[in-house]
Design a protein around this ligand. Structure first.
Ligand code: ZN
Length: 251
């Protein structure tokens, strides 16, 4: 939970950092005052902090590349022993740990990948209107309970200087960001930040609606409840009319 909250705070700092850098670029064309310089410095500090965090995380992600399935197997054996080995048959004891380890390896296969790289080739097209990809189905694994959360993602962006990506890559970035132990909040931010990192567009809006099995099957047991998260970057932040239009398009 603490890491999740830290990531959300960090995502906000990154958003602020990126906004500051964009503002700085605009200012380069005009006059720059001392306040702006301070904002730039703060923005760069934020970006640097993020780079350090990314480096730290990718180091642990690299370990994940050679995911230790044997370790997972041993863990599952322990779980079965904890439940009561006499409650399951010999076939389960012999093979379930291996099956579960293989399943986790599949779930988390993308854990080491940077979602921005999943966006692939950047094309040039003289188009600076909204691009919407909606109802992208996905599932991810909640890092608090290792249970799936399942839902749909909507992505909106307004390209800048004609930079666009292939439609299928917009679905791919969702899968890559979802392919690690996740929180819906962080997933939403990571997808928005991946689009900013790759395309530096005028604006990005990501909306995710998902139901969490950890809420359906255990705890408060509320099947049917869904959680909605959204992340906005760039133009959609300031321009209320653009934001309203984007939300209307994905409604
Ligand atoms: Zn959970």
């Amino acid at each position: 939970m603490e890491r999740g909250r830290r990531d959300i705070l960090m995502a906000r700092r990154i958003g602020r950092g990126q906004r500051d850098i964009l503002t700085a670029r605009r200012m380069e064309r005009g006059q720059r005052d001392i306040l702006t310089v301070r904002r730039i410095e703060r923005g760069q500090r934020d970006i640097l902090t993020r780079k350090r965090m990314t480096r730290g995380r990718s180091a642990s992600a690299r370990e994940g590349e050679t995911m230790d399935e044997k370790k997972i197997e041993r863990g599952v054996k322990e779980i079965l022993a904890g439940i009561g080995e006499d409650l399951v048959n010999a076939e389960v004891l012999a093979n379930t740990p291996r099956r579960v380890a293989a399943m986790y390896a599949e779930f988390f296969a993308a854990a080491a990948e940077n979602p921005a790289n999943a966006l692939g080739v950047v094309y040039q097209e003289a188009y600076e209107e909204m691009i919407v990809m909606k109802d992208i189905p996905f599932f991810s694994i909640c890092e608090h309970h290792l249970l799936p959360f399942i839902g749909k993602a909507d992505l909106v962006y307004v390209p800048k200087d004609g930079r666009i990506v292939g439609a299928s890559k917009l679905a791919r970035v969702v899968d890559i960001a979802a392919g690690r132990p996740q929180l819906q909040e962080r997933l939403t931010s990571q997808i928005a930040d991946a689009l900013v990192e790759k395309l530096d567009p005028h604006g990005v809006l990501v909306r995710i609606e998902a139901s969490h099995l950890c809420m359906t099957l255990r705890g408060v047991r509320k099947p049917g409840a869904t959680m909605v998260t959204s992340a906005i970057r760039g133009r959609f932040y300031k321009d209320e009319a653009s934001r309203a239009e984007a939300f209307a398009l994905i409604a």
